[in-house]
Ligand binder design. Structure first.
Ligand SMILES: [Zn+2]
Length: 106
């Protein structure tokens, strides 16, 4: 799996913003990479859902390390973090989105 050697994108000091992660995955899901494409579809769906669901002031930062992905959710000073393997990044983004829905309904 080709992943960026940089630890952050140009929009975040300490991680990757959703837009850049999406672009990365789009780049990664080239033709013939069926398994990766499946994962990419799941991830794209999770990101699209997050973008639709979360308010404008919500921030999701994704930090990738060698085997793990940290998804950090921040809305109005509330903070939650979800750690998973890189392969489960889509699930973590989904969890963060559900968590945000919970916050917003209160
Ligand atoms: Zn970015």
């Amino acid at each position: 799996m080709t992943m960026p050697h940089l630890m952050n994108c140009s929009h975040s000091e300490d991680g990757w913003c959703l837009g850049c992660v999406t672009a990365l995955w789009d780049e990664y899901n080239g033709p013939g990479k069926r398994e990766a494409a499946k994962k990419g579809e799941k991830l794209t769906a999770a990101i699209n859902n997050a973008c639709k669901t979360l308010p404008d002031n919500a921030e999701i930062i994704i930090e990738l390390s060698s085997g793990y992905a940290d998804v950090e959710l921040q809305i109005d000073g509330q903070f939650a973090a979800f750690t998973s393997s890189r392969d489960s990044l889509a699930e973590s983004i989904h969890d963060a989105t559900e968590h945000a829905k919970d916050w917003l309904s209160k």
